[in-house]
Design a binder for this molecule. Structure first.
Ligand code: FAD
Ligand code: EPU
Length: 332
């Protein structure tokens, strides 16, 4: 048995039958061939994955490294291997004066996992920079490429969570970053910046994130536990009658996004504990593990939050994190 505590940021006490680290596409192919039909799951840095109990299979940790870039007259094309750390890539680009990724600073995890849920923060989603995603196609055993459009990105969504779930292992990602950089500084605290440089935005994002979000090295967590729900403008108008302060962000003419943190906060869950699991005191969308928490306690608290939100607001929260039980991924 192999402990998984250091391999997922929620750090619940759990293990797998085995953990194999692969550093290249050829190692990936040979490892998959050796596994034959025995169960396995793909893992990056485990910052969006929670192992609720012992997993009865093999964990394949993607650790391939390398960053290269090319340029055209107007753009940089940066290619990073799937196992590179995302924040190190943001830093690497900033140091080379390749700008655009600064709003996405300090998001934990690997480059290969970033397109899966189209990582996003501070007014920017990864999709705007995707040029191409290379993946190993399990059914055919071939390396294939998808353009940005083919990835079917949406809020915390992509083809890799849907049609290609279970059949694609991302091997590298190529980003297209414009030489004519434009700042994006309309989200929250970034509004205080006046004519910011990319470095100003990077610094502010790092500062805000360090203040708001618990550091997984010190307190186990997987970032936002739930997605921000997207609801109809009709339901939103009804909710506003009882809850005039309810915030929203426009999605399209018929839908708005509501901050789940606000819903959870309004119901008084901040600081609520079930055993070693707590609804975080400054960002209630984050559930934390004090080191003694169990998968059952996490499910109890998460389900209590989801049920209460459903009862009071008629909104169904979906988990944003991937939950793994002994047989693999489960829904809340
Ligand atoms: P893992 O948890 O290892 O894997 C996530 C999923 O991707 C799994 O389904 C796994 O099977 C799959 N996967 C991983 N690598 C590959 C691959 N190469 N090919 C195919 N499938 C693969 N997310 C945001 O979007 N915005 C934020 O602001 C943000 N803030 C966070 C803050 C904290 C403190 C934490 C702990 C998490 C935060 N997250 C955020 C979530 C997390 O950082 C992202 O989801 C990240 O992309 C996960 O990367 P990972 O390598 O850790 O993925
Ligand atoms: N809010 C409260 N009470 C709180 C905190 C927040 O009511 O204690 C409300 C406020 O209205 C606030 C709003 O929630 O304006 C939004 O809060 P915040 O800016 O912290 O962002 P979020 O919606 O909670 C999302 C992402 C984060 C990302 C931030 C910044 C999701 C599920 N989460 O959180 O991503 O870092 O925006 O862009 O979309 C993650 O995915 O793991 C993650 C941390």
């Amino acid at each position: 048995m192999q402990t998984l505590v250091p391999f997922h940021t929620f750090s619940l006490n759990s293990s797998a039958n085995a953990l194999i680290e692969v550093v290249s596409s050829s190692e990936l192919v040979s490892t998959l061939a050796n596994l034959k039909s025995s169960p396995y799951i793909i893992l990056g840095e485990g910052s969006n994955t929670v192992f609720l109990e012992d997993y009865q299979g093999t964990v394949l940790k993607i650790s391939s490294k390398g960053i290269t870039f090319e340029q055209s007259e107007n753009d940089f094309y940066v290619t990073a291997q799937a196992g590179e750390n995302w924040h190190q890539l943001v830093l690497w680009c900033l140091q080379k004066q390749i700008y655009g990724l600064e709003n996405l600073a300090l998001i934990p995890g690997t480059v290969g996992a970033a397109p899966i849920q189209n990582i996003g923060a501070y007014g920017v989603e990864l999709e705007r920079f995707i040029h191409q995603v290379e993946y190993f196609d399990l059914p055919t055993g071939q390396l294939k490429n998808l353009s940005r459009q083919a990835c079917q990105f949406a809020y915390r969504e992509s083809i890799f969570k849907n049609q290609l779930l279970h059949s694609a292992v991302i091997t590298q990602v190529t980003l297209k970053l414009a030489k004519d950089w434009q700042s994006v500084a309309h989200y929250g605290e970034l509004k205080t910046l006046v004519q910011p440089t990319a470095k100003d935005i990077f610094d502010k994002v790092v500062e805000v994130r360090k203040n708001k979000l618990p550091d997984p090295q010190k307190l186990g967590n997987a970032g936002s536990f739930f997605k921000n729900p997207i609801i109809s403008t009709g339901l939103f108008a009804k909710l506003q009658q009882n809850w005039p302060a309810i915030p929203s962000y426009p999605v399209d003419t018929s839908q708005v996004k509501v901050p789940a943190a606000w819903l959870i906060d309004s119901l008084g869950f901040k600081g609520k504990k079930v055993g070693g699991i707590t609804c975080h005191h400054s960002q209630p969308l984050v559930l934390t593990n004090d080191g003694s928490g169990t998968g059952q306690e996490l499910l109890l608290l998460a389900r209590e939050i989801r049920t209460k939100v459903q009862q009071v607001f008629s909104i169904t929260l979906e988990n944003e994190v991937r939950l793994i039980d002994k047989n693999g991924a489960i829904l809340l």
